[in-house]
Design a protein around this ligand. Sequence first.
Ligand SMILES: Cc1cc2nc3c(=O)[nH]c(=O)nc-3n(C[C@H](O)[C@H](O)[C@H](O)COP(=O)(O)OP(=O)(O)OC[C@H]3O[C@@H](n4cnc5c(N)ncnc54)[C@H](O)[C@@H]3O)c2cc1C
Length: 493
Amino acid sequence: MPAAARNILIAGGGTTGLMAATLLSQAWPDRHIVLVEKSKKLGGLLRSFDYGENGRFDCGAHNFQETLIPELDHLFLSLLPPEQWHVMGGREREIAGHYYQGTLRHNTPFVDLRGLPESLYKDCVQDFFWNLSQQNAGSTEQVHQGAYAFCHQHYGPVITEAVIQPILFKLFGKEIQSLHKLPLMFLHLNRVAFLDESLVSDLTNSQQLRSRIAFSDQRDLPLERSAGKRNFYPKKPGMQQLIDAFEARLRHRNVTILTEATISELQQNDGRIASVTINRAEHEPLRLSVEQVIWTAGIHPLTLTLGLQDPADCFDPPLQTAFVHLQLDEMIQASDLYYIYPFDSQFLTYRVVNYANFCPQAAQGPSYPVTLELFLPPHQVWEKEALCQRGIEELRMMGLISESTGIRFSAAEITTEGFPMPTLKNIELTRTRRERIQNKALKNLTLLGILAEDELLFHKDVNVHAFQQLKLLIAKSLPAVLQESTPCLPVLP
Ligand SMILES: Cc1cc2nc3c(=O)[nH]c(=O)nc-3n(C[C@H](O)[C@H](O)[C@H](O)COP(=O)(O)OP(=O)(O)OC[C@H]3O[C@@H](n4cnc5c(N)ncnc54)[C@H](O)[C@@H]3O)c2cc1C
């Protein structure tokens, strides 16, 4: 490997790192790109679990959502030939349901209050509109970070305390007052359903109400009111196909890919990272001088590598995210649902992924793949076999399978690198660490990926942010005369 100063180091081989390597190897063919990934395999949270003849499963629900930035969409969609993509758009867009108060609901992923006891339902509705009437119509709403304050403003105290609080407690084992609002969007808790369709259609002409009330049946939502973006999933199961295609593309461009490798030191000189030390099992540490460092491997590993941790940085321990992968001898009883969000307290599962409804090959049988995503309390020890049994039992409790459904294959995987524990304290500490990194003002460091900015978590948002930052970096490296003629970046959708 050349040790010349024209090395570009990319830390992290998830989709952000792979996208960075693709864009930079294209823009800077004279530079040597080195991508360093800690795990054995590339892909990060978009990798798949490959069980050979028992099939490929994803780390839960993942697909590619178009961004309407043509170059970015092309970068991902050109990874597979067009005929290998299954396109979900219009009426065929993502359809999700939920399980609440002992009932599986197919109409919406947002919690439906109509299953509540009548007196509580009335209290919720009354308090919702009372709360709304107390807000100064037309004034700009305050932006709250905390889940409690956000829900209070959004729904009023009754829905917050009787509906949202117990759901968040079952998911994270924390009181709502200690949580950030981030998981509300992730878990479809930022709207509630409680009205029949004719009323919802009228009321949701108001922007204020539309951001709070879910359409009573997602299938009837007028298309002009939907986000209008299509989602793409390979016709064969496994997002890994994208990762494999990225890897082949990068190897073809002579990008050096080091897996099972970490960066132990970033040596600094004159406000820049001058060189890095890369550690690999069974290899001597490698010291590489660098021109640019693109960090996509998370704020916390970077804080440690730069020695910016403080003994007072005391995080709430991370959740364990578990995946239970099953091959069933029949489809789950979920009609056209792609995903199901169980909200009742007896479930460890927070999402069920029904591949057969968005992946044509998975729908052909003879086995039907399903993934359950579960949050396990920090430090709780689970045998994988017991976790599989638990997942199967939860599917039965929701009525998604019956006693006679055959389980052809089961496997469980547990990781602490899944969803961050979304407490206000953790998010605030992450921000503090990010500021410490930014205060170092290292001229050749670019920070991308999850939480590189506040509330950056969803794949499409992470992609758009990374793409725009990389384009800026590339534009800055152009001679001044070319910079002036560089076209403006597309506006964020
Ligand atoms: C449980 C879960 C469910 C999700 N579901 C959805 C969803 O439904 N929809 C959606 O849009 N988004 C979802 N997301 C978010 C989505 O997964 C991320 O936005 C996306 O994966 C970000 O990609 P990334 O490359 O930035 O990060 P990652 O995929 O996390 O990749 C980072 C890579 O860096 C590597 N790494 C870490 N430390 C080091 C180190 N020191 N040195 C070298 N490499 C290192 C890791 O091994 C990893 O490969 C979910 C996330 C989680 C955790």
